[in-house]
Design a protein around this ligand. Structure first.
Ligand SMILES: [Zn+2]
Ligand SMILES: [Zn+2]
Length: 418
């Protein structure tokens, strides 16, 4: 990694750090390297060895793998000759049939729609760019690509499938189908494609990134950083409703109403945290016996069965991460509100951590979706979802929204204030 530097080279392209707002000169990187913010350490931009053709090949492969994952067997379960096969989407239909349409829609969106739309948007934009012309609808599709990023959770679903596999192995004969392998391969291919071409590069091809001189503008101008495309725009101070010339999005110095929105979402998450832990997330009936289980009862059940790595994983993802997220976000919000000075870099790193790990809490919800779809073997064994799962799902979504409502640049504003 080479550090990007703040420069006086006014003709060079400029980029603001997403996390602390520091403006950097974009330097030409060696292939295979990236540039980090000198102030907060955030990754600013990267340059990879693969060219655009390689990226297109990766996305096309990902699309094919995703279609295979969608249309073939995922996990097959066999109890005493009675079998059930699950495909990627059968968790969705099973939740719907079990009277949980809310969860069905969430799983459909996170596991099928968001990843599929992201792959389709990327191909739609990159293919014409390679031929040298501007794709139709490039701006709304690139914005969608950016907005959907945190909500496409294929890798979390893959982890959930592996957890379900281990959980069910004791109960029945379980086989991994080609769909599961295809999903694993699709996840790696998408990750490689995304790492090989960062969004800045695509936006830059649609309309070049501003130079330091244009970004600074005339005296009296303020430099605003577009939240959607990262363009730097100089606007006269006091200008009403400025817009980004590249993506037409509204420009703000900081995310509007960041603190009240983050507080409201966080408070809602805390409220739902109680029913999420008090009510059962699922009921597992085997040979006529079985009781509804809350998240913690599920963890202690796994411990009792000797599956302690699994118990640790579920405890970490479903109990620890949500609590940590709530505590860290509360501290970050208090810090900004009270005007704390010091530890800005560490607080920004904490924010990045919270923003990054939040999605993994969905693993338990996906496990429930997979188990509900698989374990419907007549009177022998059934798993039904419980109302606690909906509350828990809301906690995860609300904390993710709270994290995205919070503007980490506010942490630095106190220090930067004159
Ligand atoms: Zn930074
Ligand atoms: Zn923009």
């Amino acid at each position: 990694m080479t550090a990007a530097t703040i420069a006086d080279d006014r003709g060079a392209r400029a980029l603001a750090c997403h996390d602390c707002g520091q403006i950097h000169r974009v330097v030409e990187l060696r292939p295979g390297s990236g540039a980090r913010c000198t102030r907060c350490g955030a990754l600013l931009y990267t340059r990879h060895r693969l060219g655009i053709d390689g990226v297109i090949a990766l996305y096309l492969t990902a699309a094919i793998l995703f279609l295979i994952a969608m249309s073939t067997k995922f996990i097959t379960l066999n109890i005493e000759g009675l079998g059930e096969t699950s495909a990627l989407w059968s968790g969705v239909t099973a939740l719907w049939r079990a009277g949980m349409p809310e969860l069905a829609v969430v799983v459909l969106f996170f596991v099928v729609l968001a990843p599929a739309v992201r792959i389709a948007c990327a191909l739609w934009v990159i293919l014409p760019l390679r031929q040298g012309y501007r794709p139709w609808l490039a701006v709304p599709l690139m914005s969608a690509l950016d907005r959907l990023r945190p909500w496409a959770m294929l890798e979390v679903y893959l982890l959930a499938a592996l957890v379900s596999y281990v959980k069910l192995r004791d109960l029945a004969q379980v086989e991994m189908g080609p769909g599961l392998w295809a999903l694993g391969a699709a996840i790696f291919t998408v990750a490689a494609a995304e790492a090989a071409l960062d969004d800045h590069e695509i936006w830059d091809r649609l309309q070049p990134q501003a130079t330091l001189a244009t970004a600074r503008g005339r005296s009296g101008d303020v430099t605003l950083d577009c939240h959607t495309c990262g363009q730097l725009v100089a606007v006269p101070s006091g200008a009403a409703h400025p817009h980004c010339p590249r993506c037409h999005g509204a420009l703000h110095r900081r995310k509007p109403d960041s603190l009240p929105r983050a507080w409201a979402l966080l408070l809602a998450a805390v409220i739902f945290y109680l029913p999420a832990n008090m009510y059962p997330v699922m009921t597992f009936v085997y040979l006529g016996g079985g009781e509804p289980q809350t998240i913690l009862q599920g963890v202690s059940f796994l411990l009792h069965e000797g599956m302690w790595p699994l118990a640790a994983l579920i405890f970490f993802a479903s109990v620890l991460i949500p609590v940590l997220k709530i505590v860290v976000l509360t501290l970050l919000l208090l810090g900004v509100q009270r005007g704390w000075v010091g530890g800005e870099r560490q607080r920004t790193q904490l924010y990045r951590l919270v923003e990054g790990v939040g999605r993994w809490s969905m693993v338990d919800v996906f496990v429930i979706a997979i188990l509900v779809a698989l374990v419907q073997v007549g009177s022998l064994a059934t798993i039904t979802p419980g109302v606690g799962a909906i509350a828990f799902c809301l906690v995860v979504i609300l904390t993710m929204l709270a994290a995205s409502a919070f503007d980490p640049r506010l942490i630095w504003d106190v220090r930067d204030a004159p």
